[in-house]
Design a protein around this ligand. Structure first.
Ligand code: UDX
Length: 451
């Protein structure tokens, strides 16, 4: 229910990628329900076309000159560095226009942790600024200690040959060196530059994190001590405010297909909005899924294999294999799929949104992380929450079959399903009145009213 307060405006700046737009728009919806007016400043690149859930919101686009393929071509780290350089001036101009136009005052600028160009502009106009972290608190911790670990020779430069990859990083158990949130496409120097900018809180008044204390209490305590500004874990945001935020069209026919399947009999396979696979990996996955004898619903995103339109590279016999036991779509209504009783497991790249959405429905996971924070999430799913099986090394049909069987058929999977359901209940309690995320959100909103 909408709360009665004098509507003050908040300017939100999402990173232009599905996994970041979604939590930012869920936050926008939440704050709107709490009585704030919302302006969303987005880039031309990958901009979100507002659904009916956002009729009362103002959307403004700032120019930049990034080509459509920039994220794919540059990789996440270089892309973000370039985007921040490109948007610095245009965002400042945009904010100055907004300040001239607004009939109601702007309370503050809330920007995605990776859109740090927004901080300088907010500071110039003496506007308070707040950071939204859309990744896990643990990934945030890793980024914040990155510099120090290199300086102390605990972490080797990314360019050096692999040495102690499988060893645990001292004081960061259960994370191993190879779980740290780096991208193999970026140099140590660029990674450091990005992470220094994202963790240097300079003028931020507070940090909101899309997580819940029942998931990551020790990482949250670490951040609370280290950052010296209030940290508000108010997630999972998809459980606080639901809204349609998809950049791609969802194929809902898969729900009709799921309706025909037995309870917990289907493994859902989806690798998020950015991960790229190789043709060989797609083929091995198809063969492994087939020999696991389980039904599967598989999202193969157009362009998710470099140089391909969709699945035209797959020989006809593969299509027959896939359609015999499974159903393929280009993009699914993922949250609806995960909440469907037929879905008993989720094969995922472990993006933070997918992780929260799966836990939020009590669905255990097979973890095949590709890059950055996904590796941290996968490790937590397997070793901390114990609701995931990580597939490591080269992806071949036997590894796929084995992981699917362990999760969907074996006793081990059943135990994970029970733990996932218990974690789901804890998450649900945390966003309800009196729960930790609910209280944190109330504190944050009160804090916003003082700005
Ligand atoms: C990126 C990073 O890769 C991720 O690690 C980081 O935490 C956020 O930014 P992405 O790879 O897209 O995100 O993964 P994820 O965070 O899981 O977000 C994907 C979103 O797309 C989810 O909200 C999911 O529900 C949605 N989705 C995915 C669909 O709606 N339909 C699909 O078919 C697939």
């Amino acid at each position: 229910m909408e709360e009665k307060t004098a509507r003050r405006r908040v300017v939100l700046v999402p990173t232009p990628a599905q996994g970041h737009i979604t939590p930012m728009m869920q936050l926008a919806k939440t704050l709107h329900l709490k009585g704030f007016s919302i302006t969303v400043v987005q880039t031309k690149f990958n901009h979100f076309i507002p659904s009916d859930d956002f009729t009362d919101f103002q959307f403004v686009t700032i120019p930049e000159s990034l080509p459509k393929s920039a994220l794919k071509d540059l990789g996440p780290i270089q892309f973000l560095l370039k985007l921040n350089k490109e948007c610095q001036v245009s965002f400042k101009e945009c904010l100055s226009q907004l300040l001239l136009q607004q009939s109601n005052e702007i309370s503050c600028v809330i920007y995605d942790e990776f859109m740090y160009f927004a901080e300088a502009a907010a500071k110039e106009f003496k506007l308070p600024n707040v950071i939204l972290s859309t990744t896990s608190a643990t990934a945030f911790v890793c980024r914040s200690v990155f510099d120090k670990l290199y300086a102390n020779n605990v972490m080797a430069p990314l360019e050096e040959p692999k040495g102690k990859e499988n060893e645990l990083v001292p004081e960061f158990h259960p994370l191993r060196y190879k779980d740290f949130p780096v991208s193999r496409w970026a140099s140590t120097e660029s990674t450091m530059e990005l992470y220094r900018n994202t963790v240097d809180k300079r003028t931020a008044s507070s940090v909101i994190i899309n997580t819940a204390s029942c998931l990551e209490s020790s990482s949250l305590s670490f951040l609370q001590q280290q950052l010296k500004i209030p940290v508000y874990p108010i997630g999972p945001l998809h459980m606080v405010a639901s809204a349609s935020t998809s950049l791609l069209e969802e194929n809902k026919t898969c729900i009709e297909w799921l309706n025909k399947q037995k309870k917990n009999s289907v493994i859902f396979v989806s690798m998020g909005s950015v991960a790229l696979m190789q043709i060989k990996e797609v083929m091995e996955t198809a063969l492994g899924l087939d020999s696991s004898n389980q039904q599967f619903l598989w999202v193969i995103r157009p362009g998710s294999v470099r140089g391909s339109e969709w699945i035209e590279y797959l020989p006809k016999e593969f299509i027959n294999i896939i359609t015999g036991r499974g159903y393929i779509v280009k993009w699914a209504p993922q949250k609806e799929v995960l909440s469907h009783p037929a879905v008993g497991g989720f094969w995922s790249h472990c993006g933070w949104n997918s992780t929260l959405e799966s836990i939020g429905e009590g669905v255990p996971m097979i973890c095949k992380p590709f890059s950055t924070d996904q590796k941290v999430n996968a490790r937590y799913l397997e070793c901390v929450w114990k609701i995931g099986i990580q597939v490591e090394g080269e992806l071949d049909r036997r590894a796929v079959e084995r992981a699917v069987t362990r999760l969907m058929v074996d006793e081990e999977g059943e135990e994970m399903r029970k733990r996932a359901v218990s974690l789901k209940e804890q998450l649900r309690a945390s966003v309800k009145s009196g729960g930790s995320s609910h209280n944190s959100l109330e504190e944050f909103v009160n804090f916003m009213r003082t700005l």
